[in-house]
Every structure is written in structure tokens, then in C-alpha cells.
Ligand binder design. Structure first.
Ligand code: NDP
Length: 336
């Protein structure tokens, strides 16, 4: 049997271009003992993938040249040499953007009950890594107290839209940063942010001023997804003892040299804490986090938007939406 794959053929320099990738076809390898074959239905397109394309030290090895691009997928087991993952079982796991992945039970693949969600895609969004990033980032890193002010960047995105809603449910004043008027309206009307800031065309000083106008009382908590002028602006508005959850720095992922934060001295002045985190830190506790998010969904207290594009030939364009800011919700590729 053949499989089709979205393959890395050249390491991107700066902003990825279509020629860095190719759609390839290859024979599905024979399964070894303990392995099983997953027919992937959906792949999660995440900003983190950009980091895995570089030959640089990280928390995961780089995607090898000539291999399919690593991604979380949801799919069905269609052949198995592992009794824990029988044929017909739906699974979520770290696989690749390809029609079929050979998987093993390595801790990154879990069986899922697709009847628990209105769509299997939820296991890549609100009931998957994205939802857990928001949940554990808020609960374990920010540890909010009612009445505090929370600033979120990339606030209309997959993680940010959930963080804003969780913050509001925890009794926080939430301020979101997003690109463009339409997204800013969405922040307030759909995700319940108290105020929205359009980052387009604003340098660090202009961001600092806009944050000050939205939060004259100062910012107690920051959920940072972007870096650059968003982070520099936030640093200039911290209250004493503020906490910053450093989740991502998407504005730097395509930069050829790191940009860095320029107002770090404010951490000293405000006795503030910045804590970087990876959602995998809490992997053993994900079932509790998933149950909490599932309940909020069931109760209608949380909206989880997904932006789904169809077909492996759309993989590159759909991935690039994350950096163009044209995704409306969790970016997912349907593998037809
Ligand atoms: P999103 O759905 O938020 O999509 C990315 C958004 O980032 C875009 O829509 C755009 O929003 C914004 N953006 C892109 N480029 C820039 C730029 N140059 N300057 C400012 N904003 C930009 O993606 P996710 O929710 O999946 O990821 C959000 C962040 O969370 C990323 O940094 C990611 O790496 C991080 N993350 C970290 C995890 C962890 O374990 N630490 C786990 C999962 C995600 P807009 O149009 O509003 O500018």
C-alpha cells in the first residue's frame, strides 16, 4: 500500500516557502512487533512545527530531510501488531502530515473515544494539546486570583481564545491583543475579552501606551504567545509581583536571528516572574484537564473555534496562515 506525505525537502531560511516541501508518495513500511498503522483523518497545524524544521537544539529532534513533517494527528487504526491498539480504534498521537503513520505506544499516542466530542477534531484543539496549553498555563503557571487583570497575546488564536475565556470564567479582567479590527471585535464579542488591542503597525512604545489605556490599573498576569513588541509593551505595564506565562514567541519563529525582549529590566523593578513552559510537563494530568474542558464545552460556557482546510495539497498554505494571521481558530488539515 502507498501513502502520501507532506515532506520536508529543504530547511527553510526565515519564512518558509512552498519549495521547502514536496508531496511525495512512498510504500507503507511493514509493521514491526508492537506497531500499528494509523489512517490519519486530521492533522494539527501548530506554530511549533516551524521550530522542528530547523536543525537547531530543541525539546525534539529536527524533522529529517526527506521525511514527512511531524504533527499531531487524529485517525483510525487500520492494521495492528499491538493488542492495546486494535483495528478500528481511534487514536490521537504525534505522527506526521501524511495519509498513514506507523505508530507505537510510546506515551505520545492515546486511544480516544470519539463519541465524547461532537467532532474528532476537538482532540486536536480544545480537548488536545491546545486546550491543555490554555488550561495548565492558566491554572499552573498564572494561578489567577479573581479581580486580577490578564493580558493575552495572539488572543484570537487557538490557545489565546481559550485562555481569554478561562480567565473570564476565573473572574479576571481580560485584555486581548490581536491583528486587525475584525479579530479585535471577535475578541470582545465572541471570547468575552473586556478590551482588545490591535497590534498592527504598533512598535513597543505604542503597544505599551495601548496596554496602559486598556489597563490603567496595571497588568497582574500575562499569557505571552507572541514576543517582540507585544511582550515589550506588556513589560512596561506590570504590577508588583506580576506573573508572565511564556507560552510562545511566534513573532520570532521565522526571524533569521532572535529578536529578544528589551524591557526585561522591568522584571526587576516589579519583582515579577517569567516562567516558560511546555504543555507536555503535565502529560500525566491531561485526563483531568480534558475532563474540565469537556465539561465547560458541554455546559456551553466555552467556544472552541476550528479552522479546517481539506487536502494534503493545502498543507503548506494552511500552515502559513498561522504566520499570516489568517486562521480563525485552531488550524487543522483534513487529510481526505
Ligand atoms: P494561533 O491559532 O494563535 O495562530 C497564530 C497567531 O499568531 C496568528 O493567527 C496571528 O494572530 C499571530 N501571529 C503570527 N505571527 C505573528 C507576528 N509576527 N506578530 C504578532 N502576531 C503574530 O496559534 P496557536 O494557538 O496554536 O499558538 C499560539 C502560541 O502558543 C504560539 O506561540 C505557539 O508556539 C504557542 N504554543 C506553546 C505551547 C507550549 O507548550 N508552550 C503549546 C502550544 C502552542 P494575529 O492575527 O492576531 O496577529
Amino acid at each position: 500500500m502507498k501513502r502520501r506525505r507532506f515532506t520536508l525537502v529543504r530547511r527553510p531560511k526565515g519564512v518558509p516557502v512552498a519549495a521547502d516541501f514536496a508531496l511525495t508518495e512512498a510504500e507503507v513500511p511493514a509493521l514491526g512487533e508492537g506497531e500499528f498503522l494509523v489512517a490519519n483523518r486530521f492533522a494539527s497545524l501548530d506554530p511549533a512545527i516551524r521550530g522542528w524544521l530547523d536543525d537547531a537544539p530543541s525539546y525534539m529532534p529536527p524533522v529529517p530531510l526527506g521525511e514527512a513533517v511531524r504533527a499531531s494527528t487524529v485517525g483510525e487504526v487500520v492494521e495492528s501488531r499491538n493488542p492495546a491498539f486494535p483495528t478500528g480504534q481511534w487514536v490521537v498521537g504525534l505522527n506526521a502530515i501524511e495519509t498513514h503513520s506507523v505508530a507505537r505506544s510510546d506515551g505520545f499516542t492515546s486511544a480516544i473515544d470519539v463519541r465524547l466530542a461532537s467532532s474528532p477534531t476537538h482532540f486536536l484543539s480544545v480537548l488536545g494539546a491546545v486546550g491543555m496549553t490554555a488550561w495548565f498555563g492558566v491554572e499552573r503557571v498564572l494561578k489567577p486570583e479573581p479581580g486580577q487583570t490578564l493580558l493575552v497575546s495572539a488572543a484570537a488564536g487557538a490557545v489565546g481564545s481559550l485562555v481569554g475565556q478561562l480567565g473570564r470564567l476565573r473572574g479576571l479582567k481580560t485584555i486581548g491583543i490581536a491583528g486587525g479590527e475584525a479579530k479585535c471585535r471577535r475578541l470582545v464579542e465572541r471570547y468575552g475579552y473586556a478590551a482588545a488591542i490591535d497590534h498592527r503597525g504598533k512598535d513597543a512604545a505604542a503597544m505599551a501606551e495601548a496596554i496602559r489605556a486598556a489597563a490603567p490599573e496595571g497588568v497582574d498576569l500575562v499569557f505571552e504567545n507572541v514576543g517582540g513588541s507585544a511582550l515589550d509593551g506588556a513589560l512596561m505595564n506590570l504590577n508588583d509581583g506580576a506573573r508572565i506565562a511564556l507560552c510562545g514567541l511566534i513573532s520570532e519563529y521565522n526571524a533569521e536571528a532572535p529578536v529578544g525582549a528589551r524591557n526585561l529590566w522591568q522584571l526587576i523593578v516589579k519583582k515579577a516572574t517569567i516562567r516558560g513552559f511546555l504543555v507536555s510537563e503535565w502529560l500525566p494530568e491531561w485526563p483531568q484537564g480534558i475532563a474540565a474542558m469537556a465539561e465547560l464545552l458541554r455546559e456551553g460556557r466555552l467556544v472552541a473555534d476550528e479552522h479546517i482546510e481539506c487536502g494534503l495539497d493545502r498543507a503548506f498554505a494552511a500552515f502559513m496562515r498561522l504566520f499570516e494571521g489568517t486562521n480563525e481558530g485552531k488550524m487543522i488539515l483534513e487529510i481526505a
